[in-house]
Ligand binder design. Structure first.
Ligand code: INI
Length: 159
């Protein structure tokens, strides 16, 4: 058995980060987590380009546009959707998850998914640098790993 090496080095990577303003007190924490993770793993802060969008619903359009430019090794998407007791929650969640999945399928550019979908603000805060870690950092790390997986998969393991 041979396996491709797991790589988590962000040196030289150009990354677009799409972050929604809705629930911005929480999304800014996700952004801090994502940027810290990328820089800690070697990315140059000047190579991290941030696009703010109004809400989670708008994330896929901006992420697709950025992925299609060919200028970025990866895209990281960040948002917070909080259940408000209305069907709107389900629609926004479906739109953002389906939209991001389609970008990956259509462009093959790695997209880290850091969109929280929670019942309440406390759950979101716990996942934005609180007791359950930072989903923004996790999404950034997933994107870094996938850049290397996609590159490495062009050759056999160990080559
Ligand atoms: N957008 C979010 O990012 N989070 C939410 O919780 C949310 N809720 O609950 O409505 C939300 N709605 C706005 C939506 O994403 C669009 O920006 C809006 O509908 C305009 O197109």
């Amino acid at each position: 058995m041979k396996a491709w090496e797991i790589r988590r080095d962000a040196t030289g990577l150009r990354v677009a980060i799409v972050v929604s303003r809705f629930n911005h007190l929480i999304t800014v924490r996700l952004l801090q987590g994502a940027v810290s993770e990328l820089v800690a793993r070697g990315a140059d802060a000047d190579d991290l380009h941030v696009a703010w969008v109004p809400g989670a619903f708008e994330i896929p359009q901006a992420a697709r546009q950025l992925a299609q430019t060919g200028r970025y090794d990866a895209v990281v998407t960040l948002g917070v959707v909080i259940r408000g007791g209305t069907p709107h929650f389900e629609y926004v969640c479906s739109a953002v998850t389906d939209g991001v999945r389609e970008i990956v399928r259509d462009t093959n550019v790695p997209v880290g998914f850091g969109v929280l979908t929670t019942d309440d603000t406390a759950q979101a805060l716990a996942r934005a640098g609180g007791e359950h870690g930072n989903k923004g950092a996790e999404a950034a790390l997933a994107a870094i790993e996938m850049v290397h997986v996609v590159r490495a998969a062009k050759s056999e393991p160990g080559s």
